[in-house]
Design a protein around this ligand. Structure first.
Ligand SMILES: C[S@@+](CC[C@H](N)C(=O)[O-])C[C@H]1O[C@@H](n2cnc3c(N)ncnc32)[C@H](O)[C@@H]1O
Length: 184
């Protein structure tokens, strides 16, 4: 990237959100794929202080992550008007999702179940097959079971595959109870 941050008069550095998002698109390989990028969304997790101050003293602590919404081809196969559907079912149809990080954490990069359920529910239908190649503690797999989607997951650490498997086994299928955003 040409610039990762901008120097202020006081010597502080401000991340440029757009540049960070574009960097994710580049690293995610989307520009070279057959996928069409539809949105650059944000997951804002306002409770990061609970995980300590290991980001260093020379920058603002980051409380958001990029979510890229891309589809195969030009038109989504799920047939949903995604924002309208999200508004009706989940109370909010915007591209900024506000969910606290789950506590306690099984995995240090664990995603909130409500967030993952909302994303899957709004961009697929019952019976669809969902792939998560970085399954970690199995949040996506649990969301799929709750939402009646089929699921394939990988992780290069067998420990996480086992933990995800146990989480899925203790989940009852079809418990489709929307978990709303923290400030929605
Ligand atoms: C961000 S975590 C996933 C967290 C998960 N979404 C959850 O809620 O628990 C990414 C996972 O990908 C796994 N991983 C990293 N590189 C991988 C690779 N090349 N192939 C498969 N899994 C990989 C890591 O072991 C880690 O568990």
């Amino acid at each position: 990237m040409a610039a990762r941050g901008k120097q202020s008069a006081q010597g502080g550095r401000f991340d440029l959100c757009l540049l960070r998002a574009v960097e994710y698109v580049r690293r995610g390989g989307l520009l070279r794929s057959e996928l069409t990028l539809k949105n650059i969304c944000v997951w804002h997790h306002p409770n990061l202080y609970a995980s300590g101050m290991r980001y260093g003293k020379d920058r603002w602590k980051s409380t958001w992550e990029v979510i890229l919404y891309a589809i195969k081809g030009e038109e989504a196969k799920h047939g949903k008007n995604i924002s309208a559907y999200a508004y009706r079912k989940w109370g909010k149809g915007f591209d900024v999702f506000i969910y606290p990080q789950p506590r306690p954490l099984l995995h240090k990069a664990q995603k909130p179940l409500g967030l993952v359920m909302k994303l899957i529910d709004c961009s697929s239908n019952e019976g669809d097959l969902v792939l998560d190649p970085f399954v970690g503690s199995g949040t996506t797999a649990v969301a799929c079971k709750l939402l009646n989607r089929d699921f394939i997951g990988f992780d290069n650490d067998p420990k996480w595959v086992e933990i995800a498997r146990r989480r899925v086994e203790s989940t009852t299928p079809g418990g489709n109870n929307p978990l709303k955003e923290a400030f929605g």
